[in-house]
Design a protein around this ligand. Structure first.
Ligand code: SF4
Length: 368
């Protein structure tokens, strides 16, 4: 399985918690950016992909014409004939019927809507430029136009958030027919406005953990499976593109700051829009070739994120050699003994109570 990720590094306005690589769109910048991505795609001419993910930033800023040119352009060099899932991220403020029509026409079969919250106070408190009504309308349009696979992002731990506002949001989303919900815990990233001056009504860590647990219980009760640390889906609606990351599959990332994993090497494009537009295939950096032991540990860490599927070390042994996974297996056994992981005789999984505090466990998995 191989996935294609395209990064759209433009946003109308920076949200106060965001440290992703995104910039304000300037006049004409979307057109030249599309040309640059099409140019960069030629570097991977002939490669076949099973998933496509257009993320950002705000891909829905592209509009119908740029979206058509982008997908039409990359199709000339890349083999997209075997795509099983094509996702585009859409922000509610740019979600019109015309946009969703264009998204459909361009061949996307999954939309991921940046809802974040259905409380106007919570949205405004972190600088989001949409309101709850626009978010609900975006979901309705997508469903009306026939998108069965609608995903939404929700932030846990927003200023002023309570279980009452979160539960109402989840009830509305489930009732509106969304099939996939990503729950992200708000974190204070260094250098962001939110980190520099956090509002007084920002929930404490314990409250955030409790909200996550309540949301998890609610979604499990609505037949959503908690299949990855931050992701819940109805059966058959898991995100295949991201599953490929967590299973250690290959992917190619186009655009500044996009990462790739191809032919056993990992590399990324520098986060520099101007340099990228000038020379789209000339800003690769951080090329890394992992040895078998490191690769096995890294893949084990990613697979432990998959809460239902878990990690089967015999698969790793078959790929990387028994010798190369023995130290890893000892560490996993020790953590299972300490009840940080559960081992059922075949697969290791995170213990549910460790889901939000999994970083030390992952660090131990990666420790060589
Ligand atoms: S819309 Fe998304 S990418 Fe853009 S600033 Fe807000 S959080 Fe960051």
């Amino acid at each position: 399985m191989r996935g294609l990720y395209i990064h759209l590094p433009f946003c109308v306005k920076k949200c106060s918690y965001c440290d992703f690589y995104s910039l304000p769109a300037r006049l004409g910048s979307l057109e030249s950016y599309v040309q640059a991505v099409v140019h960069e795609s030629c570097r991977y001419a002939g490669l076949s992909f099973q998933t496509l993910y257009l993320g950002g930033g705000t891909p829905s800023l592209l509009g119908a014409r740029n979206l058509r040119n982008l997908v039409g352009g990359i199709r000339k060099s890349l083999d997209l004939s075997k795509l099983v899932e094509s996702t585009i991220e859409v922000n509610p403020e740019s979600a019109t019927s015309e946009l969703f029509e264009a998204v459909k026409e361009a061949g996307f079969n999954r939309v991921s809507i940046g809802v974040q919250s259905l409380s106007d106070h919570e949205l405004q408190s972190v600088g989001r430029i949409h309101n709850a009504a626009q978010a609900i309308e975006a979901i309705k349009i997508a469903r009306r136009l026939g998108f069965k696979s609608v995903s939404v992002d929700i932030i846990i731990g927003l200023p002023g958030q309570s279980w009452s506002t979160l539960r109402k949001a989840l009830e509305t989303l489930v009732g509106a027919g969304v099939a996939h919900i990503s729950l992200y815990c708000l974190s204070l990233e260094e250098g962001t406005p939110l980190e520099k001056s956090p509002p007084e009504d920002l929930p404490l860590d314990d409250t955030q953990a409790q909200l996550f647990e309540q949301a998890r219980a609610f979604l499990l009760g609505c037949e959503f499976a908690h299949y990855e640390i931050s992701n819940f889906a109805l059966k058959g609606y898991e995100c295949l593109h991201n599953l490929n990351y967590w299973r250690g599959g290959e992917y190619v990332g186009l655009g500044p700051a996009a990462a790739s994993h191809l032919y056993g090497r990992r590399f990324r494009n520098r986060a520099d829009l101007d340099a990228y537009v000038e020379r789209p295939d000339g800003i690769i950096e951080d090329v890394e070739e992992l040895n078998a032991r490191d690769k096995a540990s890294e893949e084990a860490m990613l697979r432990l994120r998959l809460l239902v599927e878990g990690l089967d070390v015999s698969e790793l042994a078959a790929r990387f050699g028994q010798d190369n996974i023995e130290p890893l297996t000892s560490r996993l056994d020790r953590m299972a003994h300490d009840r940080l992981l559960v081992f059922d005789g075949l697969r290791y999984r995170l213990t549910p109570s460790r889901i939000l505090t999994s970083n030390p466990i992952f660090a131990e998995v990666l420790c060589f």
